[in-house]
Design a protein around this ligand. Structure first.
Ligand code: FE2
Length: 282
């Protein structure tokens, strides 16, 4: 039997044609539970809600600095609608965090275990990666009632290599539905090239050109069960809507690039002090 995570010819041709692929039951219920429990522990230990980094509308340089350093840290980011006008949280912190990132895969044993699992390595081997490395990991909460929308984008905009090699993995840690903010994607849109890049410079970050507009009718919903993995081509146009439902929609996202045969852009927001450890070296 091929190792778990390796893709069949049919799965590879679906991915080539559509730019995404859903792998049901990629993670077991135990593995999902372990990640959710671990995140609950990390949240319980987080005590930064009163920091001016989060609770003020200005202090942009503090926010940029916190964001940039998160590339090699476990950092907490709030939902935009988490704070009231007085700068205090409107609901408990557990229901106010948008995401935690971006180095869970390096610094936390539970998330490292998943990220460096044989299943994930086999998947990238199937996709032809020579020396894949996770560049960022995010635990995304999509909180009930306030879980913010993620506007249409391509992941290579944020994680650019020359030539482009970014692939996103999106692991559902709860059932994701149209109601609680599942992913939506334009099938085949990865064939139309990268539309823009996010550039880091001394003033922070900016996009090199405006986003094209997309017709909502082109998107298909990717409703998946907890434990399913969605593989996302770096050039696929995808988005998710606000979660106005009473159910959260937790997910773990990893972004992987090849570190052989391509170059990590010096203009990317992630500029590491140490080279990332590859999943394997072919
Ligand atoms: Fe994305």
């Amino acid at each position: 039997m091929p190792p778990a995570g390796s893709l069949t010819a049919d799965q590879l041709s679906f991915f080539d044609a559509n730019g995404y692929l859903v792998l049901e039951s990629f993670s077991s219920a135990e593995e999902v539970r372990a990640m959710r429990d671990r995140m609950a522990e990390l949240l319980a230990g987080f005590d930064g809600a009163n920091s001016s980094v989060f609770s003020t509308k200005d202090h942009q340089h503090l926010k940029d600095d916190y964001f940039f350093k998160s590339a090699e840290n476990i950092s907490f980011f709030f939902e935009e609608k988490a704070f009231g006008d007085d700068g205090t949280l409107k609901q408990p912190k557990e229901l106010s965090i948008n995401k935690v990132g971006h180095a869970l895969h390096e610094l936390d044993p539970v998330f490292k275990g998943f990220s460096f699992s044989e299943s994930v390595a086999s998947l990238f081997s199937s996709l032809g990666y020579k020396r894949p490395a996770v560049m960022q990991s995010m635990y995304i909460f999509k909180q009930p009632g306030i879980g913010g929308e993620v506007v249409p984008h391509q992941d290579s905009t944020f994680l650019y290599t020359e030539p482009p090699t970014c692939t996103g993995l999106w692991l559902a840690l709860e059932d994701a539905t149209i109601n609680n903010g599942c992913l939506w994607a334009i099938p085949g849109s990865h064939k139309n090239g990268l539309k823009r890049r996010m550039i880091r410079d001394e003033n922070g970050t900016h996009f090199d050109r405006p986003s094209p507009s997309y017709d909502i009718k082109e998107f298909v919903p990717l409703e998946v069960k907890s434990g399913a993995l969605v593989v996302i081509h770096g050039d696929l146009i995808h988005q998710s809507f606000e979660n106005l439902s009473p159910a959260s929609r937790h997910a773990l996202s990893l972004h992987v690039v090849d570190t052989e045969g391509c170059e990590w852009s010096k203009e990317n927001w992630i500029q590491r002090k140490t080279a990332p450890e590859p999943l394997y070296a072919a």
